[in-house]
Design a protein around this ligand. Structure first.
Ligand code: ATP
Ligand code: MG
Length: 423
């Protein structure tokens, strides 16, 4: 501090105004110009500080700080230029210049070093171009995702409809066989006979051998046709159940986005029986014995078609885990179990004694696209897992390993039990 006072007290100098001969024009031109320069230099750091605080994302913000110090120092040299006109504190002015020089050199060096990095910053037009490219890539991605979503929905529809079509086929060919073998054509013969004896029907019924047998024949024919009709009605009911399920599969997928589950009271055992009936043709082709272990479970509120779809997939997978060459089906067995699991859930199990699942496959069995079958898609279990999740349930797979069969367990929450008398 003393040395500073010493400097200020150095009275060997005369004020700078003497150099201007105290000419007012010259003196005030310098004072006003230095004043304006100093004022401008002092406002620049303030503006820079404001800018940095507003744009905290700016790279190299320290450079703005260095500029601020440099300009502030420059401004103070101009203030000193005004001061020394009347006060000869040249030492103080010199030291302030030294500080300004140091700040200037540091800023200049830093600026030189900064240039290569600053040049790498993309220009606004480059950024705009990249932005445009990103935008079109994003649009392309959205379109691809939409196409992929549509493809997944289509696969789901085809897969699950495919499962049911088999049973549609069986019912349709059964009805067709029954129509072909129908006794209805016998009625034509009876009508023909009656026409031939139109004039003497009384005599024909009483004395003709054929006429005497005709009432008995007609009674038997009526009975046979009633049985025929009953069978056809049953088969047509099966057919319409399958077609109904197909319609449901398509409707569910169509309204995938804002899907509302159709919750209705379902008797689980009936649902399992429906699934079995839809698969029975291929099960009997594979000579698979079906074992049923049904506990008595109450009606529950469920989305019937989702559960049916899962059961069809599980039964289909179990069947395909068994060789289908004729004669190799001996001993093949699928067990279907329906049990209560506590008060809040029902459990459906599909167990087979087929090829089993190796531990390394068990952990990825529900992944989309995982398949070990030549003609498989790896879609069935994935869609079952999604549907189960949508219903708030759990689907698990268990197998002791290759050759040991497999058990799939579907556990579904009973949202509300429906009292039997309410149905
Ligand atoms: N009961 C089972 N026994 C043994 N392996 C099974 C059983 N169920 C499923 N798997 C295995 O899980 C894989 C995936 O089954 P998933 O139903 O998802 O597809 P997939 O049957 O191969 O083809 P798809 O999509 O046509 O149904 C099967 O390829 C098979 O390896
Ligand atoms: Mg499958």
């Amino acid at each position: 501090m003393d040395w500073l006072l010493q400097l200020l007290r150095d009275d060997r100098f005369m004020p700078h105004g003497h150099c201007y001969l105290w000419l007012p024009e010259l003196l005030w031109t310098n004072v006003v110009s230095d004043g304006l320069i100093a004022a401008s230099y002092l406002t620049i750091p303030v503006t820079l500080i404001y800018f940095i605080r507003k744009r905290r994302d700016l790279p190299f913000d320290w450079m703005f700080g260095a500029f601020g110090v440099f300009i502030l120092a420059c401004g103070s040299t101009h203030v000193m230029d005004i001061w020394t006109i009347w006060h000869p504190d040249y030492w103080l002015a010199a030291y302030i210049k030294v500080i300004t020089a140091i700040a200037s050199v540091i800023t200049a060096v830093l600026l030189v070093k900064l240039v290569p990095a600053a040049l790498r910053i993309p220009s606004p037009s480059q950024l705009r171009k990249v932005n445009d490219e990103l935008r079109s890539a994003q649009a392309e991605l959205v379109a691809t995702a939409r196409r992929a979503g549509m493809a997944e929905i289509a696969t789901n529809v085809l897969h699950n409809v495919g499962n049911v079509l088999n049973s549609v086929n069986v019912s349709a060919s059964l009805v067709s066989e029954q129509v072909h073998a129908s006794k209805a054509h016998a009625l034509g013969k009876v009508v023909q006979l009656l026409r031939e004896h139109q004039a003497d029907l009384g005599h024909f019924f009483k004395h003709d051998d054929k006429g005497k047998l005709l009432p008995e024949y007609l009674t038997k024919l009526a009975q046979a046709m009633a049985v025929e009709q009953q069978h056809m009605l049953e088969e047509l009911a099966n057919l319409s159940k399958s077609v109904d399920h197909i319609k449901e599969i398509i409707a569910t997928q169509q309204s995938y986005a804002g899907k509302v589950d159709v919750i209705e009271p379902v008797q689980i055992v009936e649902l399992v029986e429906d699934a079995l009936r839809m698969s029975c043709d291929s099960l009997s082709r594979h000579q698979v014995t079906v074992v049923k272990e049904y506990d008595s479970v109450p009606h529950v509120l469920l989305d019937k078609h989702q559960v049916l779809q899962i059961l069809l997939n599980l039964i289909n997978n179990a069947k395909r885990a068994m060789p289908d060459e004729p004669g190799q089906g001996q001993g093949h067995q699928i067990t279907l179990r329906v049990t209560k699991s506590g008060d809040a859930a029902v459990q459906l199990q599909v167990t087979d004694n087929g090829e089993g699942i190796a531990p390394e496959n068990l952990i990825r069995i529900f992944s989309h696209g995982f398949t070990t079958r030549q003609d498989g898609h790896g879609f069935g279990l994935h869609s079952c897992a999604l549907a189960t999740k949508g219903m708030g349930g759990v689907l698990t797979a268990h197998s002791e390993g290759a050759g040991s069969g497999a058990t799939f367990t579907l556990r579904l929450p009973v949202r509300a039990t429906v009292p039997a008398e309410a149905l």
